[in-house]
Design a protein around this ligand. Structure first.
Ligand code: GLP
Length: 256
């Protein structure tokens, strides 16, 4: 796991944008795994400003709420169109987001997995992290081998995400999310986290035991993970000086 610590969220966002932009330029028909949440908005703004060619890219989003329509202002469909898709030349037929209104949820989840496989797998999966360590909506105790499926949100996530809704009671209790097993199959995971409220989750993910109680810790099993943090999110890492030193020593050919 490569951990990159930047002075501010803005500087960290620029690093993540560069990683994505390089892939998009080198592999114009790449498959991207996309994420939502407050952390991703500025990243998408930066990507839009780079005016990259999205016409041959295929995208798969991590998750979606169950029971709200794609037009709902808090749906992840809506988030993606507002923050990214309507600003770039992505082909609508190449955009995939779990269907929160699917009549047959297990069948929709299986079909989502099949589509990811048919697309040749995900080249780069963007990830945020929940305050209790969820990735996508894989809540604590999610199987580390899980695939795309329905999940029930924890009270912690309902509280955390209530800020986007009029009240906590409006946050849907169910979601469809790629599984941890699905995420681990992507070829490169890029996780972003900013702010003190993410510091514990990051320390446990990177330096704690691998456990279903902290889903992001499963990323320790992946061979290519880039974690981009601001100072506050890095503040509880025991090895933070080492990570800074490693980044400063990077050989030129590895520089981002
Ligand atoms: C949401 C999403 C996650 C995201 C996380 C962090 O619930 N399902 O994919 O990583 O919470 O969100 P934020 O960036 O708003 O802190």
């Amino acid at each position: 796991m490569e951990i990159i610590i930047q002075p501010t969220p803005e500087a960290a966002t620029t690093i993540a944008a560069r990683v994505l932009a390089r892939l998009i330029r080198e592999k114009p028909a790449a498959t991207l795994g996309l994420a939502t949440g407050g952390t991703m908005g500025p990243l998408y703004r930066e990507l839009v400003a780079l005016k990259l060619d999205w016409s041959r890219l295929t995208t798969f989003n991590l998750d979606e709420y169950v029971g709200i329509s794609p037009q709902h202002p808090q749906s992840y469909h809506h988030f993606m169109w507002e923050n990214l898709f309507r600003h770039v030349n992505v082909s609508i037929t190449n955009v995939n987001i779990p269907d929160g209104l699917a009549k047959d949820v297990p069948a929709a989840c299986e079909s989502y997995e099949r589509k990811i496989s048919s697309a040749g797998g995900i080249d780069l999966q963007l990830l945020g992290i929940g305050t209790h360590g969820h990735i996508g909506f894989n809540e604590p105790t999610s199987s580390l081998a899980s695939r795309t499926r329905i999940k029930t949100l924890t009270p912690q996530t309902l509280r955390d995400n209530a800020r986007f809704f009029a009240s906590e009671s409006e946050v849907p209790h169910h979601v469809i999310t790629m599984g941890i097993g699905t995420i681990l199959e992507s070829r490169h995971c890029v996780l972003l986290a900013f702010g003190k409220k993410k510091a514990r989750a990051i320390a446990e993910a990177a330096e704690g035991p691998i456990t279903a109680m902290h889903p992001a810790s499963a990323l320790q099993l992946h061979s290519k993970v880039t974690v981009v943090l601001d100072e506050a999110a890095a503040s509880e890492l025991k090895m933070q000086d080492y990570y800074r030193w490693v980044y400063e020593q990077k050989p030129d050919w590895q520089k981002i």
